[in-house]
Write a protein that binds this ligand. Structure first.
Ligand code: HEC
Length: 156
């Protein structure tokens, strides 16, 4: 084999291992990672969103108006789930935990929130489906940034 062929092979090997590392979190069966292109799951997630989430987070995932400012009650409004919000800042386990158990676990003691816990209403699969639907509405660039945070949360 010529020298160039070896260099080409080495480059291919590096590219292949990078692709494999990427795939590890792309697998929907890993933890609560909820990426999917399955149209049935996304349709199910959309139905759940419309029924259980849209009243606060908005039918277009736009959140409550002035969502960065506290309500008269002292609590925070519902943030958007579209690319303008910070839902995509959080790794999948955190998002899953917030929907299942509410924000309490991730907030300082005594923090009061209007975000309900859905653990008694939605199954784990339904929670992942609604998160998959939310993710599917993000532009590719935001999905990639979310994936980078997911990888960081899993220790790279
Ligand atoms: C009664 C209103 C209400 C409903 C219904 C509701 N939420 Fe929320 N949600 C909130 C509020 C308010 C917050 C902000 C929490 C805080 O900071 O106190 C929030 C926060 C969140 C967050 C954290 C977002 C972030 O950027 O930190 C996620 C994720 C979330 N909600 C998902 C959902 C999903 C999914 C549903 C439907 C299954 C849902 N919520 C239904 C009010 C609601």
């Amino acid at each position: 084999m010529t020298r160039w062929a070896w260099i080409l092979l080495a480059a291919l090997a590096v590219a292949a291992s990078a692709a494999l590392g990427w795939q590890q979190i792309g697998l929907s069966s890993r933890g609560n990672w909820f990426e999917t292109n399955d149209a049935a799951v996304l349709a199910q997630g959309r139905g759940i969103y419309d029924r259980y989430c849209a009243s606060c987070h908005g039918t277009k995932l736009e959140g409550q108006s002035d969502w960065t400012k506290r309500l008269p009650s002292g609590r925070m409004p519902a943030p958007p789930h579209d690319a303008t919000g910070h839902t995509w800042h959080h790794p999948s386990d955190v998002l899953f935990g917030i929907v299942k158990e509410g924000v309490g676990k991730y907030a300082p003691a005594g923090y009061e929130s209007d975000m309900p816990a859905f653990g008694g209403t939605l199954s784990d699969a339904q929670i992942r489906a609604v998160l998959a639907y939310i993710r599917s509405t993000w532009p590719r660039e935001v999905q990639q940034r979310h994936e980078a945070r997911e990888r960081a949360a899993r220790g790279g």
